[in-house]
Design a binder for this molecule. Structure first.
Ligand code: ATP
Ligand code: MG
Length: 180
């Protein structure tokens, strides 16, 4: 499993359609302050199902939509797609290549797609659950998060270990079953 590409269109500072292709090996993103490096990481988190506007440095979710600049009008829609090579079926899907797309409109309408087919947020989350890549995983670690883990309560640290160990999925299914 490998990240192939990320496409941004109207997401935060990326007003213009932008495609980033990732080669094998390590990729570094460099640029001046305010050029959009963090926005790229946030686009990855967002397309994988992030639901917290605050964790994306916004007040409300629509803040991820390009808000306009001196030379450009605000846009009505943010769209991000992420494509993974899944030939080893590391992600729980029969597809050998998986493209996930998320769209959000200013009126609040939103949409998730897997390989062009409409799906639910849950389908996206399930794909990443226990993969070590999910919304709650530790594949993306922001500066504040490191401190939060060290200074966190024992229960919170336990949740970290459960996610890493791959038991989080079973706990979630159990919770869902008990609520029914
Ligand atoms: P640093 O090196 O300081 O960490 P960075 O490269 O990580 O910078 P980002 O934080 O990704 O930069 O980008 C910040 C820029 O994105 C700001 O100029 C901000 O105005 C712009 N931005 C954020 N949200 C939007 C939006 N919805 N519409 C337009 N621009 C936005
Ligand atoms: Mg930054």
């Amino acid at each position: 499993m490998r990240l192939i590409s990320l496409e941004l269109n109207g997401f935060k500072s990326f007003a213009q359609k932008t495609k980033i292709e990732f080669m094998a090996g390590m990729t570094g993103i460099v640029g001046p302050n305010g050029s959009g490096k963090s926005n790229i990481i946030e686009a990855i988190r967002w397309v994988m199902g992030e639901q917290s506007a605050k964790d994306l440095r916004g007040g409300k979710m629509a803040d991820v939509i390009f808000a306009g600049s001196a030379t450009r009008k605000p846009l009505n829609r943010a769209e991000v797609s992420i494509t993974f090579d899944n030939q080893d079926h590391y992600l729980a899907s029969d597809y050998t290549e998986i493209k996930i797309t998320r769209r959000l409109y200013r009126n609040g309408d939103s949409q998730y797609l897997i390989n062009g087919n409409d799906c639910r947020l849950k389908d996206v989350l399930d794909l990443f659950m226990d993969s070590g890549l999910g919304r709650e995983s530790f594949s993306i670690i922001s500066q504040g998060r490191v401190e939060a883990i060290f200074n966190g309560k024992p229960e919170d640290r336990r949740a970290v270990i459960e996610e890493v160990a791959g038991v989080a999925k079973y706990k979630k299914n159990k919770d869902t079953a008990e609520k029914r």
